[in-house]
Design a protein around this ligand. Structure first.
Ligand code: BG6
Length: 484
């Protein structure tokens, strides 16, 4: 199978924070990959904009070294890289002053697609939007791209939305949640709505419960200051896990179109029940052989911030009433894996008698690594000795089934940036969606603060605090083992 690359229209993309960490790690290497694939034309231009004063040549050097450091593992074709670097330019701008803005405006070609990536802290979003308007770079067709964290609670998210809405229409605002750009996350929709097999069973009548696990082996490392202000709830649950939950739980949208999909996701968030305190376990990792504990990475040595969270959630609607969703995410866990497990109910009556044991089907969707799907099916255990049942996996690794197409798939940022240029908002969060997610999150965080709750310590390299196992065990269920 040969990958289909559909080139996007020529564009001018300005990256505010163009020399920052995200730009160097993800955005610029991603754009280079799209250039190599032929999706970004050589007419397009990328303009770095940041406070530091650099010439275009200096910026090119920064980008070249970022691509060597963070780009693809394939050997880099230096002649293609040299060609890509000719597409770069740089302007020093002051987000809170007027320096550099006229020069930047002079570089934008109005006849092309214009996009502005705010790869900076949210405190600058309003200033950038205002200056883009004032210096006449924002017309009806231009787009802005903003990164998480989109606020730290409902009030700040509303204020951010309002500051952008003063200058840009919602159809021009692309709020990135990079999980939505992951190939297999989109596959959730393909699996659910492209097959007749699953959807009739996709409800509380047939599904016992659903588990969503996003486990990481990394700790907070150099991001201690940011992370201590966020914790797993704000950093992962309010956005990435919430998006996974929406895609698994939403009703079929009429079309795969931005507002149709986002309307359905919003309904899921609005149908979430408040979470009871004993349905949440927070954890903080202790030391490991190779590294220190959480508290040595943050300034506050008595920090109560969680690096792990497990919770039981309920969606109050016809489809899901009675089916709990168990979510779990954490740093420094046993393995890096993101997985959704759909556990079907037992057959209503076993014709095989008690000796055959009880069996049920399980559908596991692995998002990363080794993307794929496994369906546990119950069969007869081979051999003599009567009817004993055993579960066997129908296992499909997407890389085996799809060959190079699975391996060459663009990474999340590449895909999302190309969608910005195409003007397709399907995989971006709408303002009301973000606000609804905060409205659900806020009371949980406020509850912890009011009760002065301290997270449980868990061992680095473990599956999280034992309280998380106890929480699900109280319902007569167990977590799926965290393993690669
Ligand atoms: C980011 C979080 O949004 O997602 C990080 O801020 C986290 O803390 C990362 O490590 C996980 O992303 P991925 O793509 O590695 O699963």
């Amino acid at each position: 199978m040969v990958s289909r690359v559909i080139p996007v229209d020529p564009f001018d993309l300005v990256i505010f924070g163009g020399t920052g960490d995200l730009a160097r790690r993800k955005i610029l290497p991603g754009l280079f990959r799209r250039f190599c694939s032929g999706q970004m034309s050589s007419e397009s231009k990328i303009i770095g904009a940041a406070r530091g004063v650099h010439t275009a040549e200096e910026f090119s050097k920064i980008v070249a070294s970022a691509i060597h450091e963070f780009g693809s593992s394939d050997a880099i074709d230096e002649s293609v890289l040299a060609e890509f670097l000719t597409r770069l330019d740089y302007v020093a701008v002051d987000a809170r002053g007027d320096t550099g803005w006229t020069e930047l405006a002079g570089k934008i070609r109005k006849n092309l697609v214009n996009a502005f990536y705010f790869s900076v802290g949210p405190s600058l979003f309003g200033d950038l939007a205002e200056r883009l308007k004032r210096f006449e770079m924002a017309d009806d067709d231009s787009r802005i791209v903003v990164e998480k964290p989109f606020g730290r609670d409902l009030a700040t998210a509303k204020a951010l939305n309002a500051s952008l809405a003063k200058h840009f229409d919602e159809t021009q605002i692309y709020r990135i949640d990079h999980y939505l750009g992951k190939e297999t996350v989109q596959n959730l929709m393909a699996v659910r709505f492209g097959n007749m097999l699953f959807e009739p069973l996709w409800n509380s009548q047939y599904i016992d419960h659903i588990q969503i696990t996003v486990a990481e082996t990394v700790g907070v490392g150099g991001r201690g200051e940011y992370y201590d202000r966020s914790g797993a709830m704000r950093d992962m649950v309010q956005n990435h896990l919430m998006q996974l939950l929406c895609l698994i739980a939403m009703e079929p949208p009429a079309k795969f179109e931005p507002d149709a999909v986002r309307d359905e996701k919003l309904k899921v968030i609005r149908a979430l029940e408040p979470v009871l305190p004993h349905h949440i376990v927070r954890g903080q990792y202790g030391p490991s052989e190779d590294d220190d504990d959480f508290r040595t990475h943050v300034e506050d040595s008595s920090s109560k911030t969680e690096s792990f969270i497990a919770m039981k959630m309920a969606i109050s609607n016809w489809r899901w009433a009675g089916t709990p969703f168990y979510l779990r995410t954490g740093k420094r866990l046993k393995a890096r894996t993101s997985e959704i497990t759909v556990v079907f109910k037992d057959a209503p009556h076993s014709i095989f008698g008690a000796d055959a044991g009880r069996h049920n089907n399980e559908l596991r969707i692995r998002l990363q690594p080794n993307e794929g799907m496994t369906l546990d099916v119950t069969i007869k255990e081979p051999g003599p000795g009567g009817m004993r049942l055993v579960d066997v996996p129908l296992d499909m690794a997407f890389a085996d089934a799809l060959g190079d197409n699975a391996i060459d798939a663009p990474d999340a940022y590449e895909r999302l940036i190309m969608d910005v240029i195409r003007g397709n908002q399907t995989l971006f969060m709408r303002g009301d969606e973000v606000e609804a997610a905060w409205a659900w999150t806020d009371p949980i965080i406020e509850g912890w603060q009011a009760r002065g709750e301290v997270p449980k310590t868990y061992d680095s390299g473990s599956e999280g605090p034992t309280d998380a196992m106890a929480m699900i065990a109280r319902d007569g269920r167990i977590w799926r083992e965290i393993k690669r």
